[in-house]
Design a binder for this molecule. Structure first.
Ligand SMILES: [Fe+2]
Ligand SMILES: [Fe+2]
Length: 362
């Protein structure tokens, strides 16, 4: 008699029911040159995470905590941050970063699953080829974020807003909704955040890892832009409106503090656990708001990832009508204040070469 199978199943799982058409394409000739070029470029730029980065290197704690940017808020420039006792500063930075990087990690898992769905769901062979390379890229991103977080401590559970967003994108039936939710909104926010962290940190392993990851993400955003640009002009007004609504809901899941459970609230709770009173800390940072504003102006960060990147992307692909612009304006007004101006008047344009932009300082 053979030995019984090891008792491994069922394993506890979390999931969402996904129903979409898996689409064949019997034409194997290249049809959308831009996507075929992007695919060739992706093959050329593959990297092997465990070979090309030095994982034996311990985290440089001092560099890490001195140059820690809190999700785009440059607290590292304040006297408050510089004068924190180094042990406490490391602990606050470590816990905040474990939270942020854990959510990047969970987002990467979502991206991995959505990219695999896109291989099935997109109708064009060039799109399937490209999505196949992205699937491998995202697996590598899950691998590297998990490896880095292991050096920082434990993985923090996914933030509720990000989970809602990933569930919605995975469950969407139409590949165009998946593309706008993942490639444009999620990847756009991720690319902006990774680039910000990459440009700020002086911790060598984190910087190197984010450089590689951001190059890949620049391609992923490029895929969303190029593919949707090809498709959006062929849609009816009603179809376009559905995609715009989906993009807005995706952004709202992550950003709208009226829904509660924002990233900011979670990070402040972690500060408290680390031994830093968040109310006192915010008061101290507020005393230096001019320093923070000057640093933000320098990095172009005043715009933030949505106004500075996601909305310009939506505009570039014809998915930002006045109707949806007003929804965004209303969200920003209630979250930030009445004087923020209209997104419809914003002059921000996307950088022409996203990959070059990733490695530019500002
Ligand atoms: Fe990724
Ligand atoms: Fe990606």
């Amino acid at each position: 008699m053979s030995a019984p199978l090891p008792d491994r199943h069922p394993v506890p799982t979390d999931g969402v029911r996904a129903a979409f058409d898996a689409v064949y394409n019997w034409n194997y000739e290249p049809e959308i040159d831009e996507l075929r070029t992007l695919y060739a470029n992706a093959l050329d730029r593959q990297w092997i995470a465990m070979k090309q980065l030095d994982w034996a290197r311990p985290i440089d704690r001092d560099a890490f905590s001195r140059t820690f940017s809190l999700g785009g808020i440059p607290i590292q420039h304040t006297e408050f941050w510089k004068n924190l006792e180094p042990g406490l500063r490391w602990e606050v930075a470590r816990r905040s970063a474990a939270f942020m990087l854990s959510n990047f990690l969970h987002g990467e898992q979502g991206a991995l699953m959505v990219a695999a769905q896109l291989v099935n769901a997109v109708p064009d062979m060039d799109g399937k080829f490209y999505a196949a390379t992205q699937t491998l890229d995202e697996a590598r991103h899950v691998e590297v974020f998990a490896a880095y977080i292991e050096k920082l401590g434990t993985v923090v559970p996914i933030a509720p807003g990000l989970k809602r967003l990933l569930d919605d994108v995975l469950a969407a039936e139409d590949w165009k909704l998946k593309a706008v939710g993942m490639q444009v909104v999620t990847e756009g926010l991720a690319l902006y955040s990774f680039r910000d962290m990459r440009n700020t940190t002086k911790e060598p392993l984190l910087k190197e890892m984010l450089t590689y990851v951001s190059r890949d993400e620049a391609r992923h955003t490029g895929f969303g832009i190029k593919y949707l640009n090809h498709v959006v002009p062929t849609l009816s007004d009603a179809e376009r409106a559905t995609i715009e609504d989906f993009a807005f809901e995706a952004a709202r899941n992550l950003l709208d503090s009226r829904r509660g459970g924002t990233m900011r609230e979670s990070v402040l709770a972690l500060w408290k656990e680390a031994g830093l009173d968040p109310i006192w800390a915010i008061g101290e940072i507020a005393k230096e708001r001019e320093t923070v504003a000057a640093a933000l102006a320098q990095s172009g960060g005043m715009r933030g990832p949505v106004r500075g990147f996601v909305i310009p992307t939506l505009k570039a692909i014809g998915l930002f009508s006045p109707r949806i612009g007003h929804h965004f304006d209303e969200m920003f007004r209630s979250n930030i204040g009445p004087d923020i101006g209209s997104t419809l008047d914003d002059p921000y344009a996307l950088p022409e070469d996203l990959e070059a932009w990733v490695e530019s300082a500002a």
